[in-house]
Design a protein around this ligand. Structure first.
Ligand code: N01
Length: 512
């Protein structure tokens, strides 16, 4: 647990209020500081930095993007022990980067943003906080780095709330529950579940895995870095950067298979089917674990241990729909009742209706959630929204990836934030807001591209699609093109208002 320097009171005004202390909020804080924008406050509802990597402590939690790429470009880590990092190592990395950044004195932990309201006369966000730091903070910009996968979603299954055994979500793992010898049910077969299942199968008396849709699972080419490799990464100038760059571009070559011609993903499909054949001996089980949609339509998962765990004597893959849960059992649509001591719910997160958007009210008196209710999430370049001046999303609409590192996206969006803040300083603007026209054009072009992606044509339903069937989560182009589009603040797409309060110092004043 990290102590908050703001216990009891928050400052009454800051230049920048950042929500969330995961990769996004931490990156924003570090880069704002680098620009001399030192007057900021980061509010975080959890006990410490880390975001998703602080919250997801389930057994087996690890990253499916290579370690060298899944880290800040400005804070390379030659000491990653594995080519794909485990959760404790990523969390330790984030703690270390935060501590070394010299920004933690402006982080308020155990503090929630209750609501934020745009004050047009003052050209400021009026933010109400609760928790360790309470009260009202006014800020020139509001940066939302609250994460796209931070609010656990429980399935709507009759009787779930009345289950009398232990029940918890994958992102809220209850470590006080000993699973040894117990009858355990895991609901869901997504990225979280396939990491949990092999770990639970090792210790449980019996494991039932409830699958609604079979995932595509390719081998996890994970390995431990040798001491020699780590020494080389540390000592040979440029080596780590070159290694990271090579991984980055190799991953960019996957993009056409997702966004243009899904058929060219046949090598991945072959790999996944071989993984299935190797991992599961029982032909009936293998058939039930075989996906029936195009690979890539849902996130492609990586594991060497998931299939063998399903094939183990103490595990069953249940493909009948769950009808209800009783006080001690899960009952499927065919009437079978399977007694169970512990239910692990690995059913994902609220993704297309981000809970934080209910709490942010813009220039017209509507919340972001209300603005998006009718047509779904949409932002300009995934970052700014008409009606919400000086508001910046990190990991906003259509910034998600199927093939590469979200840390790259986060750094790109933070760069855009920096450019916008620089433009505001240079022009003495009190407010910048993307035009409706620019936002409409941006999203129309994006959705046109989306039509031919595997996420639209692959024959699956996924958490990328909202209630209108529109993909508001993933980015349908290369990450290089995303970075290019976020590399400068394109003022022509914005309505800018001069600083009416006279309180915006110029860059020179800030760096003086
Ligand atoms: O969640 P998910 P997740 N009854 O939404 C099923 C990242 N991540 O936590 O496919 C029965 O993917 C649902 O079934 P279906 C990564 O971006 C990364 O696993 O909708 N089942 C699905 O199987 C990932 O994509 C890492 O038919 C129900 C599962 O629950 C994202 O987080 C690790 C159900 C939900 O899968 C989310 O992953 C973990 C119901 N009512 C997560 N409702 C790594 O880096 C849902 N399901 C490795």
């Amino acid at each position: 647990m990290t102590s908050s320097p703001f216990r009891g009171t928050a400052p009454t005004r800051v230049d920048h209020l950042v929500v969330g202390a995961g990769f996004s909020g931490l990156c924003a804080a570090i880069k704002l500081q680098e620009d001399g924008e030192t007057d900021f406050l980061v509010v975080e509802k959890g006990d410490e930095v880390g975001g998703t990597w602080r919250d997801n402590t389930y057994p087996g939690a690890a990253c499916d993007v290579p370690s060298q790429l899944y880290s800040f470009s400005f804070a390379p880590n030659p000491d990653w022990s594995m080519s794909f990092s485990q959760q404790p190592e990523i969390q330790a990395y984030l703690r270390r980067v935060a501590a070394e950044s010299g920004t933690l004195d402006r982080f308020a932990f155990r503090t929630r943003l209750e609501d934020a309201r745009w004050d047009d006369a003052a050209q400021e966000w009026v933010c109400r906080l609760s928790g360790d730091a309470t009260g009202e903070v006014r800020s020139r910009t509001l940066v939302l780095g609250a994460g796209g996968l931070s609010e656990p979603k429980l399935p709507e299954i009759e009787g779930l709330a009345d289950f009398e055994g232990e029940l918890f979500h994958s992102a809220r793992w209850d470590h006080s529950v000993d699973l040894a010898g117990k009858r355990v049910a895991v609901i869901g077969t997504g990225a979280s579940a396939i990491q949990i299942v092999p770990e639970v199968q090792k210790v449980a008396g019996h494991l039932d895995v409830y699958q609604r849709t079979a995932p595509w699972v390719i081998p996890r080419n994970d390995r431990r870095y040798s001491a020699v490799e780590r020494a080389a990464l540390r000592r040979v100038p440029g080596l780590q950067k070159a290694y990271r760059t090579a991984i980055y571009w190799a991953r960019e070559t996957y993009v056409p298979a997702f966004t243009w011609q899904p058929k060219i993903a046949w090598p991945a499909k072959k790999l996944a089917l071989a993984n299935l054949r190797l991992g599961i001996k029982d032909p009936d089980l293998r058939a039930r674990a075989t996906p029936s949609y195009q690979i890539g339509c849902k996130r492609i998962l990586i594991s060497n241990t998931y299939y063998p765990a399903l094939d183990a004597d103490n595990a069953d893959l249940v493909t009948d729909r769950i009808a209800r849960v009783t006080d001690r059992a899960v009952v499927t649509a065919d009437g079978t009742e399977r007694p169970v001591d512990v239910i692990v719910v690995a059913t994902g997160f609220y993704t297309t209706e981000l809970p934080i958007t209910e709490h942010v009210t813009g220039r017209t008196g509507r919340t972001v959630a209300e603005t998006w209710r009718e047509h779904g999430m949409a932002a300009y370049k995934g970052t700014t929204v008409p009606g919400f001046p000086n508001l910046f999303f990190i990991v906003g609409p259509n910034t998600g990836l199927g093939h590469s590192s979200m840390v790259f996206v986060i750094e790109s969006q933070v760069q855009y934030l920096r450019e916008a803040v620089r433009a505001m300083r240079a022009g003495r603007y009190g407010a910048v807001e993307p035009t409706e026209r620019a936002t409409r054009r941006w999203n129309a072009a994006l959705q046109r591209r989306m039509k031919r992606t595997v996420w639209s044509t692959g024959g699956c339903s996924s958490w990328y699609l909202d209630a209108h069937g529109r993909n508001t989560i993933t980015w349908p182009r290369t990450t290089a093109s995303m970075r290019a589009s976020l590399s400068r603040f394109d003022q022509a797409a914005y309505d800018v208002a001069p600083d009416q309060t006279g309180s915006t110092p110029t860059r020179e004043d800030v760096s003086a």
